[in-house]
Write a protein that binds this ligand. Sequence first.
Ligand code: SR1
Ligand code: MG
Length: 400
Amino acid sequence: MAENYRTLTVPSVVEYVRQIPGLFAQGAKLSAKEVGDGNLNLVFIIKDDVTGKSVVLKQALPYARVVGESMPLTVDRSRIESEALQVQAKLCPEYTPRIFHVDHGMSLFVMEDLSDYKIMRKGLIEKNAYPHFAEQISEFLAKTLFYTSDLYLPPFAKKENVGKFINPELCKISEDLIFTQPYYDAPENNIPEEIAADVAALWDNEPLKLEVAKLKYHFMTRADALLHGDLHTGSIFIKEDALKVIDPEFAYYGPMGFDIGAVLANLLLNYCAQEGWADHAQELREVRERLLSMIADIWLKFDAKFRRLMLSECKDYIFSRPGFQDIYLSYVFAETVGFAGCKMIRRIHGLAHVADIDQIPDAAKRASAQRLALKIGQLLIMKREKIANVEMLTEMIKGV
Ligand code: SR1
Ligand code: MG
């Protein structure tokens, strides 16, 4: 941690932003509030009460907020996050928040206030339809993954980038929380009482654990592309016709399917949770149908966009051989499905859950949604290499 690092508070954040040249007018009447509801950081909104102009300041704490000081965590994640945002801004400016100021010493950056957007997780719980989401997120995924991979970058540039985004502490959180702790009686787990027997059965499932071991190994060793690294629906701000992807502090070079799988997993967690949110059976059917067709669209659009990029932008002679696209995308698809399964399971009885499920008011419906998520998650992990296409995937999910 840099010597001049100090944790900001509501009064000190106002004084801090006053010093940033060109951000607010001199003597502006500023007010601030802390609004962070994520697992790790402080997030302040600072507003000029006269003009209404506002910005967000995000500061990394030297520990994980959700656990407390007993879980120390590098504040260098703020540098990684701001650098990943710069890469994403170059590739997908329309889907990336604008950054106004970066201070690595204080492990913070200032960015545009997205208060007129909604966190997608909240919108999905409210059963909102997002008809442009598949188009938007498939564009974000195809561009950020393709243009940071060996399919596009010259080999020296690619390896230099891998070095810039070495992120061992945040990767270790994912290794533990996604791929290890949910598969044994780890003290960090947060196991809902009602499903204790289902969780115990999962711990006894050796074939499942073997498949998770393979996926964890891929997570740790495959440097396909610069990933967002934590692309759940709480990392997506959305409104009618626009979307912004935030929070890439887990960014590192990893397997492409990990980011795509995160998006699909969180839509599927909402699919499971709708049992507790839909007002009647017809609505439950409709919302679930909409989520499954969104999932299919995301994959199909990603696949089409990625193939177009491979065709037009890949300059490597050997990667341009006919047939390589098919091989590449079927590998990415299988990993997407497997990682999605892991990401569903970790949110049921691992350390960090999701509001879609945890906030279901009815205990019996909540437990039923949790069981469904565990079932679908296990199926995705076990069958990932046998699922030939996304239609087969959605049919399989409907059958659970
Ligand atoms: C201790 S951090 C818990 C989780 O929050 C982040 O959003 C990541 O998903 C991480 O696994
Ligand atoms: Mg986050």
